[in-house]
Design a protein around this ligand. Sequence first.
Ligand code: NDP
Length: 391
Amino acid sequence: MRRVSVFGATGSIGESTFDLLSRRSDIQVVALTGGRNVTRLAQQARALQADIAVTAYDDCYQGLQDALAGSGIAVAAGTQALIDAADRPTDWVMSAIVGAAGLVPGFRALSQGATLALANKESLVTAGPLMLACAAQHGGRILPVDSEHSAVFQALAGEDISAVERVIITASGGPFRCWTKGQLEAATLAQAQVHPSWSMGQRITIDSASMFNKALELIETREFFGLDPAQIETVLHPQSIVHAMVGFRDGAMMAHMGMPDMRHAIGYALNWPERAALPVPRLDFATLRQLEFEAPDPDRFPALRIARHVMELRGHAGTAFNAAKEVALDEFIAGRIGFMDMARLVDRTLDKLISDSGLTAPVRALETVQAMDQMARATARELVSRMSKGN
Ligand code: NDP
C-alpha cells in the first residue's frame, strides 16, 4: 500500500486530489489537512479512512473533533500539528495549501524522503534552492503539479536539459486580457474572481487576473528547471489548451496539450513514472476550431516585469516578492487598495527592501527565508497605510 497525505485537502487542488484518491484501492491515507472548512475535511477523512485529520487553526479543533466523533480518526489543530503531520512517514504528499503557509509542511515532507507533488508554487518562489537541496539530501523528489510545469516536465521526459533552448509557459490572460489600463484601475473583486477557463481557489484566480500567478510561475520555472531567465517566455493563450512548449536547440518544439482540468497534472504526479488512465475530458480537435496566441502587454500587466526583476536580483528577492504579493492580495480583497495598486505595492516593497543587504543574499536557511518573509510583509503593510494617507 502506498502511503499518501494531502495538505490543503479542502481546496480546489485538494478536492481534485481527493477525487482521484477516492477511485483508488491501493493507497493508505495518512494525513488530510485543511483550514476552516472542517465539515468537508471530516467528510474527506471518513471517506478515505485517513489516520489523522488536521486543521491549521486552533479555534477549529472542536468542530473537527465533533465532526469526526466515533470515527477512530485522530484529530489535531494548529501550525505545529501540520508540521507533525508532515513528519509522519509517507510515500507521496500533495502540497496544496495556498500561500507561503505551505512551505514548511512541504519542506518537512521532503526531509523524510517523500515524493512531494507540488501545487504550492509559493514554496519554490520563496525558498527554491532550499527545497531542491532538501530533496537531494534526503532522497525526496519534487514533482510539479502546476499545469504549465507538469507540461514542461512531461515534454522533457527522456530529453537532456542542456538541449533546451527555450521554455514557453502559457497564460489564459484571465478575465481582463482585453481590458484597457483605465478599466484595470477600476476592476472590482467580483470581476477579478471569475476565471474564463479554469476553476480554482479565490486567491489564484485573482492572481491570474493580475498575472501575478504567471509571475510566480516564471520564477517557479527558473527554480525548478534551473534555466536562465532569458530562456523562459510566457505567451497568452485564451483557450488554455496548450499548457507549455519546450523548444530544443535543433529547432524542434514540443507542446503539451490537454483540457483545462487539474486532475491531469495531479494524476500524472500521482502515477509517475507510469501513465495510468485518468478520468479527464479528452480533446476534440474538430470542436476546438482555433488556438490563439499573443504576447502579454507588460504595461497593463506589470507583474511579469516585476518577476523578471526578481529573477535578476535572486537571493531572497523571491521570498520578498511572494510575501508582498500576498499582502497586496489581502488588501485588494479587503477593498483597501485598487486592482493596479497591487503591482505598485509589490514594486515599492521591493524598492524599499533592495537597500537591505539580506535581500540578495543567497538562500541557505529556512530561518532567513522566514525573516525576510516577515520583513517584506511588515514593509508592505506599512506602505499600504502610507498609500491610504496619500503618500
Ligand atoms: P484553495 O484556496 O482552493 O485551497 C487552499 C487550501 O489550503 C484549503 O484546503 C484551505 O483550507 C487551506 N489553507 C488556507 N490557508 C491555510 C493556512 N494558513 N494554513 C494551512 N492551510 C490553509 O487554493 P487552490 O487549491 O486553488 O490552490 C492551492 C495551491 O495550489 C496554491 O499554491 C495555488 O497557487 C496552487 N495551484 C492551484 C491551481 C488550481 O487550479 N486551483 C493550479 C495550480 C497551482 P480551508 O479551505 O479549509 O480553509
